[in-house]
Design a protein around this ligand. Structure first.
Ligand SMILES: C[S@@+](CC[C@H](N)C(=O)[O-])C[C@H]1O[C@@H](n2cnc3c(N)ncnc32)[C@H](O)[C@@H]1O
Length: 195
């Protein structure tokens, strides 16, 4: 299974976030081969088994409609089934910039965003998804370290860096407390401090 998260064992971080925050209504944007999806689902199974929480993950990807590196929905479904996680995950085909419409205001408790992130994507996601987040909700956004802003494709395609956006974005700085796990590829975790 391909994933830039694998090398530094970020799966454990996703599991830990779900466990710590007891997130229930969870959404992922960007699945690829299912690495982060699987670990979020493992966290949901754990909080279900231990605390009886009814957690669920809606995981969205463009799959074959994405022109760059993407995964295959059927293979990810098989992986989830083989791990006994079927009841905790629904895979969808959908665009990260459209599917927020599927959710009511303040209904999402955990959002993971991993769609070949850059600074512009962070700004658009905050604009669209912040109204959907509950008080105390978590947004986990891949990237945020200075090292991650220097990866080849960010420079090649002249993408807006993520790091400066985090510290300047009005929504983030008004409504969230945040920090970045710095090991590559890095992960910025923001908690909605209201509610
Ligand atoms: C970096 S990969 C995701 C990696 C995955 N989360 C992991 O744990 O390894 C990016 C994924 O985002 C998907 N993607 C890109 N743009 C998207 C969009 N606008 N909406 C939904 N998915 C998108 C791609 O198809 C690709 O599978």
């Amino acid at each position: 299974m391909k994933s830039s998260y694998k090398k530094n064992n970020y799966g454990r971080v996703f599991f830990g976030l779900i466990e710590a925050y007891r997130s229930v209504n969870t959404v992922e944007l960007g699945v690829l081969d299912g690495y982060s999806c699987l670990w979020i689902a493992k966290g949901l199974k754990y909080t279900h088994d231990i605390f009886g929480l009814p957690g669920h993950l809606d995981a969205y990807d463009l799959w074959e409609s994405y022109r760059y590196r993407h995964g295959d929905m059927e293979s990810v479904q098989k992986l989830i089934d083989s791990e006994g996680l079927t009841e905790f995950v629904t895979l969808h085909k959908g665009d990260a910039f459209e599917v927020h419409k599927n959710y009511d205001k303040k209904s999402v408790s955990f959002l993971h965003v991993d769609i070949s992130n850059d600074g512009e994507i962070l700004e658009r996601i905050m604009e669209l998804w912040h109204p959907k987040m509950q008080g105390g909700a978590i947004i986990a956004f891949e990237g945020g370290s200075k090292e991650r802003d220097k990866v080849d494709w960010m420079k090649k395609y002249n993408k807006k860096p993520i790091y400066p956006v985090i510290y300047k974005n009005e929504i983030i700085n008004k409504y969230y407390v945040y920090g970045t796990y710095k090991l590559f590829p890095s992960l910025t975790v923001m908690m909605n401090k209201f509610g």
